[in-house]
Structures are given as C-alpha cells and as structure tokens.
Design a protein. Sequence first.
Length: 26
Amino acid sequence: RNGQFLHKISPELPMLERSFSTLSKE
C-alpha cells in the first residue's frame, strides 16, 4: 500500500522540488 503511494507521487517529486526552489529564490 505504501509503495503504491510512493510510486504515484514519485513523478511529482521533481516538480515539487522545482517549485520549492522557485519559492525560496523569491
């Protein structure tokens, strides 16, 4: 069950990281 959740969120991780770095840049 947990693995499926991680697998589902995995592709979004880079996007979250990018938006986070954008936020800290401002």
